[in-house]
Ligand binder design. Structure first.
Ligand SMILES: NC(=O)c1ccc[n+]([C@@H]2O[C@H](COP(=O)([O-])OP(=O)(O)OC[C@H]3O[C@@H](n4cnc5c(N)ncnc54)[C@H](OP(=O)(O)O)[C@@H]3O)[C@@H](O)[C@H]2O)c1
Length: 328
């Protein structure tokens, strides 16, 4: 089968299309015939790697050893299942995300627990774009205890996580302000933000203590700045990259110095089903900026790494058979 393989860390062009053996399902796995994948932030971060220690920990110190094919999110049809998998049958439309990666290929082996069925009327491309941004936004907003009527600020509102967070916060009944560049003001309004701040013209920290939740999906904002605009008891979600988000937040919370949430977002089938239902009902629409054929995956890496993509980048891996297409 064709796959986008990387055998050394580095810039986008370390990724090459090669012929590799088709995966065989482990006992609890499903082999998915991939129709659409995405190029998400986790993919380019693991390719560089960035932050380096995290990449080395996940995929080997001097070169990629465990994960030769990137692609965390995918949607496609079930090709075959492991002996212990009873919930999926060949031909069914499924989507999901896995830390095993491997979706930038014609077939990928995914743990069954990381997959859910794609509802009718939801396309493979929309389904593939649900998990990364959707899981992260849902996980953090729920941890922050979001409630109707609250005021929420999302920094990085045009990205994959940010665009999902804007829509899900609106779904929970919050009043949402998004922070992005001028180029994305219209997009952020279109997906439901009540207010938009262009970070090149206005300082989002000048508002005073008006927000119940401040979410940073860029990194580097810090609790000290967030505190200026948070109401008493407000929550700072530090969803940016790096160790600061993973360790400083929990430490501030543990020592009672700040109401900060910073962890690795998680979500299994239940979260996938919740998010897919919202998409099917038209309450959440994953933003897709561009679609690339698998052969152009290097271009997609370049664009994602720029830090200015809008929502999600879809990698079209296979032509869809008529019988497996979404109903719309
Ligand atoms: N903790 C976790 O579990 C977890 C899970 C998933 C992702 N993350 C992290 O979340 C971050 C966001 O990921 P993503 O996939 O959503 O990124 P992305 O899709 O690449 O989005 C980046 C967005 O940030 C915006 N941006 C750049 N500089 C900005 C600034 N100074 N102020 C406001 N917006 C700015 C860009 O919009 P403009 O072009 O308008 O600037 C762009 O749309 C990543 O660093 C990722 O590592 C963490």
């Amino acid at each position: 089968m064709k796959a986008a393989v990387y055998r050394q860390y580095g810039p986008p062009d370390v990724v090459r299309i090669e012929d590799v053996p088709k995966p065989v399902p482990g006992e609890s796995d499903v082999v998915v015939r991939v129709v659409a994948a995405t190029l998400c932030t986790a993919d380019w971060r693991l390719r560089r790697p960035s932050p380096a220690p995290m990449g080395w920990f996940m995929n080997g110190f001097s070169r990629p050893k465990k994960i030769p094919v990137l692609g965390m999110e995918l949607a496609g049809t079930v090709d075959s299942v492991g002996a212990a998998v009873s919930e999926f049958k060949p031909g069914e439309r499924v989507f999901g995300a896995s830390w095993r990666f491997g979706a930038h290929a014609e077939y990928a082996s995914v743990p069954a627990r990381s997959l859910a069925r794609i509802p009718d009327r939801v396309s493979f491309q929309d389904a593939a774009s649900i998990p990364y941004g959707g899981f992260t936004a849902l996980h953090f907003l729920k941890l922050a205890g979001i409630r109707a009527g609250q005021k929420v600020l999302i920094r990085g509102a045009a990205g994959s996580v940010g665009s999902a967070a804007v829509q899900l916060a609106k779904h929970f009944g919050a009043h949402v302000t998004g922070v992005c560049s001028a180029a994305n003001v219209e997009l952020v309004r279109l997906i439901g933000a009540d207010g938009v701040i262009d970070y090149n013209h206005d300082d989002c920290t000048s508002a005073g203590p008006v927000y119940d939740i401040v979410q940073d999906t860029i990194g580097g904002f810090g609790y000290r700045r967030a505190r200026r605009i948070l109401k008493r008891g407000g929550v700072f979600i530090d969803a940016g990259p790096g160790f600061a988000s993973l360790f400083i937040g929990p430490w501030l919370r543990w020592t009672g110095r700040g109401n900060v949430i910073g962890t690795v977002a998680r979500g299994g089938r239940e979260a996938l089903e919740v998010l897919a239902r919202l998409v099917a009902e038209g309450k959440f629409k994953p933003v897709i900026e561009r679609r690339y054929p698998l052969a152009d995956v290097v271009e997609a890496h370049r664009h994602a790494e720029s830090g200015h993509k809008k929502g999600n980048l879809v990698i079209d891996v296979a032509m869809v058979p008529m019988s497996a297409r979404a109903a719309r």
